[in-house]
Design a protein. Structure first.
Length: 290
């Protein structure tokens, strides 16, 4: 900083502000900026996961707690011995069962010898090369290929989600109870959870199929008229189209309308269609309508 030609007394200034004055607001902004730089340099947060992998995780047809857990696994934020050791919270980074490798998420869920029989015992029909595994998210991104059909992806996602979740639960139980992991117990829990999620998935698909087929138009009772109306809204614009039609018991069209209007949501489009339909019915002096 250049020395002032007018002299004056030296004083402390806050370099992050143009006026040299410290405020809580500026201090907070600077603190958050420094925090983000530290996080970016931290090895535990250096994993760069593809957006497609994140979408696969959040589309898992499993309970929310399992999706959240798997997200933490891929973010390397699960409290494994290696992570706790790096944060000075553990004396050793090694696996509590084999004691031969650092307990990373990859080792804990995929590489530790005791997990082999679990992966072999599930109905995934897939054998992975353990020597080629570098991170859980890369392994997961490869196993759930875009070439798979939607039903295959759902099935694989459910199987992987429950397997990893129950491996973690069994690992924690064995550590805190100072016992050995029980693969048979895990396999039973996996099968039970997978069966429940697959049953829910079947129900959802059945409901979606019914909705996609839609309901066939049914005529009103003799002597009555029926009003049908609908609205369509184009996202990102204010363009909206609405329509209404009134028919009798013989499906004969008594009156109808369609018009373009401006609105800001699909719900408003539907509401405008209903209002216009009712006004049309009143205009036609309809005796009754559904």
């Amino acid at each position: 900083m250049p020395i002032s030609f007018r002299g004056g007394q030296d004083k402390l200034i806050w370099p992050a502000d143009r006026n040299g004055e410290y405020t809580v607001k500026i201090g907070y902004i600077v603190g958050k900026s420094l925090e983000s730089k530290i996080v970016q340099k931290s090895p535990s947060s250096s994993h760069i996961v593809a957006d497609t992998t994140w979408r696969k995780i959040w589309s898992m047809k499993v309970p929310k707690k399992i999706r959240n857990f798997f997200w933490r696994v891929c973010s390397n934020s699960i409290p494994t011995n290696h992570l706790l050791w790096r944060r000075k919270l553990k004396r050793t980074p090694y696996c509590p069962f084999c004691d031969s490798s650092n307990e990373t998420p990859e080792h804990m869920l995929l590489l530790c010898p005791w997990t082999k029989c679990v992966w072999f015992g599930i109905d995934l029909g897939y054998r992975f090369n353990r020597e080629a595994i570098t991170t859980v998210y890369e392994w997961y991104g490869n196993i759930v290929s875009d070439k798979c059909s939607k039903s295959e992806k759902d099935s694989i996602n459910i199987m992987i989600g429950y397997t990893c979740w129950n491996l973690w639960k069994e690992r924690c139980r064995a550590v805190f109870e100072h016992s050995e992991p029980n693969p048979n117990r895990i396999l039973e829990q996996i099968r039970r959870g997978v069966a429940e999620s697959m049953e829910i998935l079947k129900v959802e698909k059945a409901v979606n199929n019914i909705q996609q087929r839609g309901q066939k138009w049914e005529p009103p009772e003799e002597g009555w008229l029926k009003l049908n109306c609908d609205g369509a809204f184009k996202d990102g614009t204010e363009d909206c189209g609405i329509g209404a039609v009134i028919r009798d018991a013989d499906a004969k069209v008594i009156a109808g309308l369609n018009k373009s209007v401006n609105t800001n949501s699909s719900i408003m489009a539907e509401a405008l269609a209903v209002r216009e339909g009712l006004e049309l019915a009143e205009y036609e002096n309809s005796k009754a309508y559904n």
